[in-house]
Design a protein around this ligand. Structure first.
Ligand SMILES: Nc1ncnc2c1ncn2[C@@H]1O[C@H](COP(=O)(O)OP(=O)(O)OP(=O)(O)O)[C@@H](O)[C@H]1O
Length: 804
């Protein structure tokens, strides 16, 4: 789907959602500390000393004559008993204390390791949510909400073909019309299992500080600061209620929501209608240039009218609102009729009707003064034609369908009210920002607080941060569990300057109908080169040495198919690789795509620049035409017996060593592209080679070795090991959504049409996802091209040398 800005075309990218962590982290159980030496040892020492004293006394005071000589042994024995007991006691004490210290230290280290892991998960989760819903404009980088995150406001994104998020949300996406309103704190998606149980309460004094550390980890990492989103599709009508002294804040929030709708959704999918009083003309002027407010001709299914006739659904002031209301009413009536006739709601763009508050002085028409008997008619003709707007548009009959059946008709209403009594009765959700809330002192500890708790002192930024984060709004659902409210701790807002800048950048983008940009189902590889290859006159030597054909092209970047809008799909082994995975169920065009890759490389690069090592687990025919290609240094099929597989991997290892040695000597080597077809079957036949293969892949980049692993199914056991080693993924039709998720992290490849082989996704190394139609090489579609294709292949095959 593309959008045209003057002459430039913006292609909406397929989306890849960031992964949310789902791990379980277990807090270590506190160690059982060994007891200090028992009381019995004190008794032994005491008795020995007492005995010693008694002997001393007896021998000193009683005259027992010649037995006096016995005094020495008696005293020596008692003294050694006492000293022995004391030594035993001290040894036991030191040992116990040492063991205790070790256990406490070990527990502390375990807690630190857990903290590192939690820190990473915590960061990943915050980053993932923030990537999905970044703020619109400036934000406080120092705030713990954004600290350490790699996030930039939507206004700073490039509004070009490289922008992955502009108009990226589609009606089938879970976040279609889910808009952020600020920041909330909620439980993390990962789980922290606390096994300390009862023991944690009665921890010995020696473990108290570790116990507090564990507790602070729970407090800091069990919850995350993430964007708080509301669902305009499911929860319409949605009211923002701001008492008159906070109405400016409420309107800024409304602006923020509408601007995000315009940024994330294409005008093809979402149309915006603004109904605002004249007093707010400046506040809503920016919407009069965004493409989403262009009126469209309903009969043309959303196709915008030619520029010259375009009018805006941006009604500011009572007269304009009264003109717009019948248009809304007609459109809703039409949708209701079509729906009753069995048409799908998905065929129309979603309508978002934004209604500002109409209760300021002069926001509504003044009541008509009683006319004198001979009144002169008012000069403005519209004053004759239209009835007067004497109440908020929300209470006009034209809006009744939007408020009562909006969900069925694909319409959402977002309104601003100065009190709850003004909300539409059918409201599903309201955001209450009328209360002035003091900053919450009871917020759970943040990550920084753990650090500062450990240091027992608060930093200045932390204090600032606490002040910044206060409950600023409550989000009440009026349908499910109306009692509970979600708390918005930092409310989003958008300044007029930011809104104007966004509107100006969106202004000249136009939606082009999807139907004009169908994808091709047959693509001839020879047409993807620039200039296209003329197979009748094809001479490999001329092309390989033609600077025009080669120089602008980065090394190892070659065409493999066409994307939407006939844009060439390149695979870049340097940027996307080095290694890749190709998955496609039988009949999806996997072998054909492998052949396309080989031939595309062979067309572009000399055998002295690129070599191939082609391996097939089965005795497949796919590689056979390439066996004698000058680039092919190895061609192995039927590598199926465990011995053959081991031999092959050993051979790869030897080749890696050889290349390493040659590269050390400063030699330049051709890049070696290794393609292994049916590799999961191969690994299943001989699992022991997987580690060696992965080791070789790990070194591969430095050694100019590029591995492409192809299989029909991503077998979990094998793919989970391989995943870290492959950077780009090619995914043709998969047999199940689970298989598709294994490869692409989304289920889309399972929904690719079985009738169009060669249709697939390329997930680039930088996570960009492209839908493409693979080019064919085996069957040129025009009969007389067949002969020249054969001739072209023959000319390649008959070259007199092999690249080594
Ligand atoms: N890019 C393509 N464009 C149009 N048709 C294609 C394309 N790729 C394959 N096909 C058609 O689909 C058929 C099956 O293709 P291919 O043999 O490559 O499938 P495969 O996935 O390798 O299946 P298997 O694993 O059973 O060999 C081909 O004979 C061809 O007719």
């Amino acid at each position: 789907m593309s959008y045209q800005q003057s002459s430039s075309v913006i292609t909406r990218k397929a989306r890849v959602w960031p992964e949310l962590p789902a791990d379980t982290v277990t807090l270590p159980t506190p160690p059982a500390l060994p007891d200090l030496p028992q009381s019995s040892i004190y008794t032994t020492i005491f008795l020995s000393l007492a005995g010693l004293a008694v002997y001393g006394y007896v021998f000193a005071n009683l005259n027992i004559g010649e037995v006096n000589f016995l005094i020495v042994p008696f005293i020596t024995i008692s003294g050694s008993m006492a000293a022995g007991s004391l030594i035993v006691f001290l040894v036991q004490l030191v040992r116990a204390l040492r063991h205790r210290r070790y256990l406490v230290q070990h527990y502390h280290t375990q807690l630190q390791e857990v903290e590192q892991r939690l820190k990473l998960l915590h960061w990943h989760e915050r980053q993932a949510w923030m990537e999905l819903d970044p703020p619109l404009a400036r934000f406080e980088y120092k705030s713990s909400v954004y600290k350490h995150l790699d996030v930039k406001p939507l206004l700073q994104y490039p509004y070009s073909d490289q922008n992955m998020s502009l108009w990226a949300r589609r009606p089938g996406d879970p976040d279609f019309l889910r808009m952020r309103i600020g920041i909330e704190q909620r439980p993390a998606t990962y789980t922290i299992r606390d096994q300390r149980g009862e023991d944690s309460i009665s921890l010995p004094a020696r473990l108290k500080s570790e116990g507090n550390y564990a507790k602070s980890l729970l407090e800091a990492y069990a919850r995350v600061f993430v964007p708080l989103c509301v669902d305009l599709r499911q929860q319409s009508p949605l009211a923002i209620v701001g008492a008159s002294h906070r109405i400016v804040l409420a309107r800024e929030l409304m602006h923020s929501i509408v601007s995000q709708v315009a940024y994330h959704h294409s005008p093809e999918d979402v149309r915006i209608i603004i109904l605002a009083p004249y007093s707010q003309e400046v506040a809503w002027q920016w919407t009069s240039i965004i493409p989403h407010t262009l009126l469209y001709d309903a009969r043309l299914d959303g196709t915008p009218m030619p520029d010259t006739y375009q009018e805006r659904a941006c009604a500011i002031g009572t007269a304009a609102v009264m003109d717009q209301l019948p248009v809304i009413s007609r459109e809703l009536g039409r949708r209701a009729l079509l729906l009753d006739d069995g048409q799908q709601q998905s065929q129309w763009p979603h309508l978002l009707i934004v209604v500002d508050a109409f209760d300021g002085p002069g926001d509504l028409d003044q009541p008509t003064p009683t006319l004198p008997a001979m009144a002169i008619p008012p000069s403005h003709p519209t004053q004759y034609r239209r009835t007067r707007l004497s109440d908020s548009p929300l209470r006009r009959p034209e809006m009744a369908l939007a408020l009562s059946r909006g969900h069925q008709l694909g319409v959402s209403v977002l309104c601003l009210c100065t009190s709850q009594s003004q909300m539409p009765q059918t409201s599903q959700l309201f955001i209450d920002i009328s209360e002035e809330q003091p900053p919450s002192a009871l917020l759970p500890a943040s990550e920084e607080k753990v650090a500062s708790k450990k240091k027992h002192k608060k930093t200045a930024t932390e204090e600032e941060d606490q002040l910044m984060v206060g409950i600023q709004a409550r989000v009440h659902s009026l349908r499910e569990n109306p009692q509970s409210a979600r708390h918005c701790l930092q409310l989003d807002s958008a300044g007029l300057e930011d809104l104007r800048s966004l509107a100006l950048r969106l202004q000249s983008l136009r939606a082009m109908s999807t139907r004009q940009l169908k994808m091709r189902t047959q693509v001839d590889l020879s047409t993807l080169f620039d200039p296209p290859l003329d197979l009748n006159t094809y001479d490999p030597f001329v092309l390989w040495n033609d600077p025009l054909f080669r120089t602008p092209r980065p090394m190892l970047r070659f065409p493999i198919g066409l994307k939407v809008g006939d844009e060439v799909q390149y695979l870049d082994l340097h940027r996307d690789g080095p290694h890749g995975l190709l998955i496609g169920q039988t009949g999806s065009g996997k072998s054909e795509l492998l052949q396309t890759i080989v031939l595309s490389l062979a067309f572009l690069y000399k055998p002295t620049e690129v070599n191939f090592l082609l391996i097939d687990h089965r005795a497949g025919l796919a590689w056979r035409p390439f066996a004698h290609l000058p680039h092919t240094t190895g061609f192995l099929t039927n590598v199926s017996s465990p011995a053959a597989i081991r031999r092959f991997v050993t051979m790869l290892g030897t080749e890696a060593n050889r290349r390493e040695a040659l590269l050390k000597e400063g030699k330049t080597l051709p890049s070696l592209v290794i393609i292994i077809d049916e590799f999961t079957e191969m690994i299943r036949s001989e699992t022991s080679v997987l580690d060696d293969l992965l080791n070789i892949m790990q070194m591969g980049h430095k050694l100019e070795m590029y591995v492409l692993l192809a299989a029909q199914r991503p077998e979990e056991m094998i793919i989970s090991r391989v995943r870290e080693y492959v950077q780009y993924r090619l995914c043709l039709r998969c047999s199940s959504p689970e298989d598709s998720r294994e490869v692409l992290r989304r289920a889309d490849a399972a929904a690719l049409p079985a009738s169009i082989p060669g249709r697939g996704y390329l997930l680039h190394g930088d996570n960009q996802l492209d839908l493409f139609q693979a080019a064919r090489v085996t069957l040129p579609f025009i009969q007389d091209q067949m002969a020249s294709a054969q001739a072209q292949l023959n000319s390649l095959l008959s070259l007199p040398f092999k690249g080594k």
